[in-house]
Design a protein around this ligand. Structure first.
Ligand code: ZN
Length: 299
């Protein structure tokens, strides 16, 4: 909440600076603003309270015309919020705003050191020349960038499965996408499959009282983007299988995006996670083969 107080202070400071800039270049507007109170008072004195609204609307119109003439946007003197939905308070309609949830997730992220990883692994640091299958991988990278660009729009299905051998760059691509989407203020949770199933087991099976684990458990269901890294590296059993189906199905039905990376091919997925899970993935995910030699050896 301290961050939000600071944001609101910055919002006001920036608005005040814009107002001062306008006053400098259009003194007439300063005059109008200064006379606003006097005008209101005289209207009240004359007993015409009902006209105040109209009078202020006229003033507003006059100011906007002046602003426009001077080349400023018409809302230049208004508050500009980083998040218009909650006006940078963190809450909207008494509920946590999506921007607050994204911020909290960022804090969770920071604790798992992911921000440092994302600083190193993003589209700017991605070196396509490292791929042995450059033509294919260029297409994959372009596809990922398009995914980020169109994220949230209707044409965007929102689920990706990266499949390919270890070190071919699947995790790197997931990281690139996660970073961009975080910067678009989407709430992103990034977990290795081992961590994911551990959280599910602790929260749902062992009913832990660890607040952080229970919080994370809720978040894996309702965050905008869930990244599951290295699916198939965990120990699987019928319980993890049903947990996985429950989670993926919930996210598909509620229209939330999931990115999965796995060393397993589709047939192997079927062997490990049953037909039910695999066909759910096949029908709702874009499957992206990431091929090539181990790029880590060349970086
Ligand atoms: Zn907000």
């Amino acid at each position: 909440m301290r961050e939000y107080d600071e944001l609101q202070r910055l919002d006001r400071q920036e608005r005040d600076a814009r107002v001062e800039e306008v006053y400098q270049s259009v003194p007439k507007i300063r005059e109008i603003d200064e006379n606003r109170g006097v005008l209101a008072l005289s209207i009240v004195r004359e007993g015409r309270e009902a006209d105040i609204k109209e009078a202020f609307a006229e003033i507003k119109k006059e100011k906007q015309d002046l602003l426009k003439k001077a080349g400023f946007p018409s809302d230049y003197m208004e508050m500009r919020y980083r998040c218009p939905d909650c006006m940078d308070t963190g809450y909207a309609d008494g509920k946590k705003c999506h921007c607050l949830i994204a911020r909290e997730n960022k804090i969770l992220y920071a604790q798992s050191n992911i921000e440092n990883i994302l600083k190193k692994e993003n589209f700017n640091t991605l070196d396509e020349s490292l791929y042995s299958e450059q033509e294919h991988m260029s297409k994959v990278v372009a596809y990922c960038k398009k995914f980020v660009r169109e994220f949230g729009s209707e044409s965007q299905k929102g689920n990706l499965l990266f499949t390919g051998s270890t070190g071919a760059g699947k995790t790197f691509l997931c990281n690139c996408i996660a970073k961009e989407l975080m910067e678009q203020n989407h709430s992103v949770i990034y977990l290795s499959a081992i961590e994911l199933f551990d959280i599910m087991a602790q929260s749902k099976v062992r009913h832990t009282e660890d607040v952080m684990i229970n919080e994370l458990y809720d978040r894996i269901f309702d965050c905008d983007v869930l990244v599951i890294d290295d699916l198939g590296s965990e120990l699987t059993n019928s319980l993890t299988n049903s947990n996985l189906f429950f989670l993926l199905n919930h996210r598909i039905l509620s229209g939330r995006a999931t990115l999965i990376s796995t060393n397993l091919g589709i047939d192997a997925l079927r062997d490990v996670y049953t037909e039910r899970v695999t066909s759910r993935i096949m029908s709702s995910y874009d499957i992206i083969p990431v091929i090539g030699r181990d790029i880590r050896l060349h970086s």
